[in-house]
Design a binder for this molecule. Structure first.
Ligand code: MN
Length: 205
């Protein structure tokens, strides 16, 4: 994904129906083509004629609080919206792998006791997000942590290193699961791209 203005919305790294039957084609199409596209468009609009066009997506998020008042909120929401959605989409795959691997598996076992315990805790965190937001597995000060963020806030503004995320905005599941967020999260666990998550983990300091 392009990291600098003007931002773009490249195709998903898999087909819209690749995550069936766990996440439906219609949801994936709307989520990518409409919801994410709107964040990309609004981010570009916010940066039009701005002297902050040379900042990367991550720099924009990290510095959103320090930007001038008129663009601080739209930058946080829209840069966050672009970053978080790509992190979520790239964190999924049509994969046979249903468990974390390598260093990440070891770290999860060390921190949470077992993968099942981690899954349970992550699931509870994601289910409990009030309103719209995300649940994340992050590395913070050398330790794995599960956190949640409201709206399009991102762990990188908190100086944390993201490993995995699930989008729990209703648009991520309402067409298929209606109000049953827990059912969506259970489904999502079947399409986690654990190889990608491990790569992310290994890149965290
Ligand atoms: Mn979303």
């Amino acid at each position: 994904m392009k990291k600098y203005y003007p931002f773009e919305n490249p195709p998903l790294p898999y087909a819209y129906d690749a995550l069936e039957p766990y996440i439906d084609t219609k949801t994936m199409k709307l989520h990518h083509d409409k919801h994410l596209q709107t964040y990309v468009d609004n981010l570009n609009k916010t940066l039009e004629n701005s002297r902050f066009q040379n900042m990367s997506l991550e720099q924009l998020i990290y510095n959103a609080d320090r930007l001038p008042d008129d663009i601080s909120v739209p930058i946080r929401n829209n840069a966050g919206g672009v970053y978080n959605h790509w992190f979520y989409f790239e964190g999924m795959a049509n994969s046979q792998l249903k468990l974390p691997v390598g260093n990440l598996l070891q770290a999860i076992n060390n921190e949470f006791g077992s993968f099942e315990k981690f899954k349970d805790e992550f699931s509870k965190a994601a289910t409990s997000v009030f309103g719209s937001g995300y649940a994340w597995l992050v590395k913070d000060n050398g330790k794995l942590k599960i956190i949640t963020t409201p709206n399009q806030n991102s762990p990188i503004e908190l100086g944390m290193c993201p490993i995995l995320t699930v989008d729990v905005w209703e648009h991520a599941y309402y067409l298929k699961n209606y109000n049953l967020r827990k059912e969506y999260i259970d489904n999502w666990f079947n399409v986690v791209n654990w190889e990608r998550a491990e790569n992310n983990y290994n890149k965290c300091k």
